[in-house]
Ligand binder design. Structure first.
Ligand SMILES: Cc1cc2nc3c(=O)[nH]c(=O)nc-3n(C[C@H](O)[C@H](O)[C@H](O)COP(=O)(O)OP(=O)(O)OC[C@H]3O[C@@H](n4cnc5c(N)ncnc54)[C@H](O)[C@@H]3O)c2cc1C
Ligand SMILES: *[C@@H]1O[C@H](CO)[C@@H](O)[C@H](O)[C@H]1NC(C)=O
Ligand SMILES: *[C@@H]1O[C@H](CO)[C@@H](O)[C@H](O)[C@H]1NC(C)=O
Ligand SMILES: CC(=O)N[C@H]1CO[C@H](CO)[C@@H](O)[C@@H]1O
Length: 537
């Protein structure tokens, strides 16, 4: 609590000389609302000298001609003074761990410092400080986005690590409050203790924050829509340092925009999620010889057709150069798996059941999938996303190009390129509309979201790998275009940094997102000071 009062002190004593004010009226109100305010302020008087010294330094650095690195360092100093213990710099033992937290090595950038807030008031003050110093920043949730600079920043910026936002609290029977720095494994463990479910990710280590802001593909989209469709309230800190809620009654435009609109509006500190009765789940994960691709791709289309009639079916097909992995999922414990999976159960190309047929829940499958994806070492990764109609002939065309041009790449020996077919049913899109709609502009039809992923281990392969994953995505788009199968949508959570994700939502949606971004971020902080991301500008 004490650091909050130091912030307040800074505000009252040091800052009147500063235009613009370091803290807005709202943050002042928040700080003043703490009851032992006076005692704390008097205790904090002893810090005045350091604070003033930092601010003097700031004045020098903020003169025209200061570099991004200098501005970031000053910002780090101020944050460290205002909120002692929340900042890690390069000399600290935790710094390397902080940087290497990410899923992909492409994100191990060397930030000026790492700031680890634990409450919304600190985030609010942080945004004032970056504005004052014009310092760059990046926000990191679970760190699973591989796009360099999205959840990472070099020495010209501050990395905000949201892991301290780890709230997990049931509010009555119908709402789960989830801190934006949580990961899905923890969320599922918590909620299933009460025999309840929420709609989230398919891997336990993925962060709640980035996942939900990108829409979020769950196991069973057909049941309740995308994960973001199941957020009832977002607690957001805006660039003018206000802490606001966005839900069906308050800030409705922001509420809708945040469901798929990414990091354009503010830093989200909490998601309030719809709670359901425990969703039971039967699952099998099988590995097949890739040589049987024609049969497996046809079987995939058959599953997709069945998904238009049965919203309990969940499915993914993950294609590697020599092996094809199928996830066969059903939102019920049945005596017999659904007929739609028969071809997968009967295929002679089966190598092994990675996960044999199990009656379980999301909490039990997630650790199994986490081990399937285990690394041999720290990999670098890049993605590309395309969406198309389901079409067996298209799948064959794509696979032919994949094997001929992409799966065997001696010019980048450490790299492996794979693609995943993620079916989306009309049920999913409708369920989203019924829950108030999102910003993604999805067509209400059966479709396929392709996720192309390249992983490499040798820095020498970086440029070619990044090029190739984009090229595979472009190839799928062009083959689909020739058949009239191409859809405009690009899925943010699977997209590469050069893709125009928000544009892919359609002109009207993009215009709305832009309007909402300007309304809630008048200063344009998230468009200019935020280091990178899928932005409206
Ligand atoms: C192993 C694995 C499995 C996956 N499975 C799925 C899946 O089943 N379904 C699916 O849809 N996606 C899946 N993804 C993709 C995943 O959803 C995205 O990578 C997502 O961006 C990860 O969120 P994060 O918080 O971990 O990421 P981060 O990299 O920390 O954040 C991603 C983006 O969101 C921003 N951000 C994060 N938190 C906040 C916040 N609180 N406020 C404002 N901005 C914020 C970051 O600045 C960044 O731009 C998977 C990824 C991996 C690596
Ligand atoms: C694809 O599957 C359908 C339904 O099982 C079957 O009738 C058809 O013959 C299959 N086509 C190919 C090319 O395997
Ligand atoms: C799953 O549960 C159903 C219904 O209780 C049962 O008939 C079936 O045998 C179970 N399957 C497995 C693999 O345990
Ligand atoms: C702290 C942490 O989790 N670091 C991990 C970052 O990602 C690499 C590659 O996956 C892991 O090897 C690190 O352990």
């Amino acid at each position: 609590m004490a650091r909050l009062f130091l912030a307040l002190y800074l505000l009252i004593v040091v800052l009147p000389a500063f235009p613009p004010p370091l803290f807005s009226q709202d943050i002042i109100a928040i700080l003043q609302s703490y009851s032992n305010f006076k005692i704390a302020v008097s205790r904090l008087l002893q810090h005045v000298t350091i604070t003033a010294a930092v601010m003097d330094g700031t004045m020098d650095v903020l003169r025209p001609g200061s570099t991004g690195i200098q501005r970031a360092q000053v910002a780090c100093d101020i944050i460290n003074t205002v909120f002692p213990g929340t900042v890690t710099v390069a000399d600290d033992p935790e710094y390397e761990e902080e940087l290497q937290f990410n899923w992909s090595r492409t994100c191990w950038l060397r930030a000026a410092c790492v700031f680890r807030p634990t409450n919304a008031a600190e985030v609010s003050a942080f945004l004032s400080i970056v504005k004052l110093t014009a310092s760059k920043f990046s926000v990191r949730g679970g760190g699973h986005n591989p796009n360099s600079g999205f959840n990472s920043v070099d020495s010209s910026g501050i990395l905000v690590d949201m892991r301290g936002f780890d709230t997990l609290a049931l509010e009555g029977d119908l709402t789960l409050r989830v801190g934006s720095g949580q990961t899905w494994k923890k969320v599922y463990e918590f909620i299933e203790r009460d025999k309840k479910s929420v709609i989230g990710g398919r891997h336990g280590t993925v962060g709640v924050g980035g996942f939900l802001l990108g829409g979020g593909m769950p196991f069973f989209g057909g049941l309740y829509g995308m994960a973001a469709d199941n957020v009832k309230n977002f607690q957001v800190v805006t660039s003018d340092s206000r802490i606001i809620n966005a839900n069906i009654n308050e800030n409705q435009d922001l509420f809708r925009a945040l469901k798929g609109g990414g990091t354009n509006f503010g830093i989200v500190t909490r998601f309030d999620m719809e709670v359901y009765d425990l969703i039971k789940m039967q699952y099998t994960v099988n590995a097949y010889h890739a040589s049987d691709y024609a049969n497996l791709l046809n079987a995939t289309v058959n599953v997709q057709k069945a998904m238009e009639f049965d919203n309990k079916i969940g499915f993914f097909l993950n294609v590697h150069p020599t092996v094809i992995i199928a996830g066969l999922l059903y939102a019920e414990h049945t005596a017999q798996p659904p007929k739609a999976f028969t071809e997968f159960f009967n295929a002679e190309s089966l190598i092994t059941s990675i996960v044999p047929t199990t009656n379980g829940t999301v909490q039990t499958i997630v650790p199994e999938l986490d081990t399937v994806g285990q690394d041999v070492g720290p990999a670098s990764r890049a993605l590309s996303s395309v969406s198309t109609k389901e079409d067996y002939e298209l799948y064959l065309d794509v696979h032919k190009q994949y094997t001929e041009r992409f799966s065997n790449t001696p010019e980048m020996p450490s790299a492996t390129l794979s693609y995943t077919i993620q079916p989306v049913s009309s049920f999913m899109v409708r369920a989203g509309r019924e829950r108030g709609g999102n910003s993604m502009g999805l067509a209400e039809s059966a479709q396929t979201w392709w996720a192309c992923l390249i992983e490499w281990y040798d820095g020498a392969d970086t440029a070619k790998s990044q090029l190739n994953v984009g090229l595979l995505g472009d190839t799928i788009a062009s083959l689909a275009g020739q058949r009239g199968d191409l859809l405009p949508f690009q899925f943010m959570n699977d997209a590469g940094s050069r893709q125009k994700v928000l544009q892919s939502y359609g002109k009207t949606n993009l215009a709305t997102l832009t309007k909402v971004a300007v309304k809630y971020d008048k200063a344009g902080t998230f468009q200019t000071l935020q280091n990178a991301g899928f932005l409206v500008q």
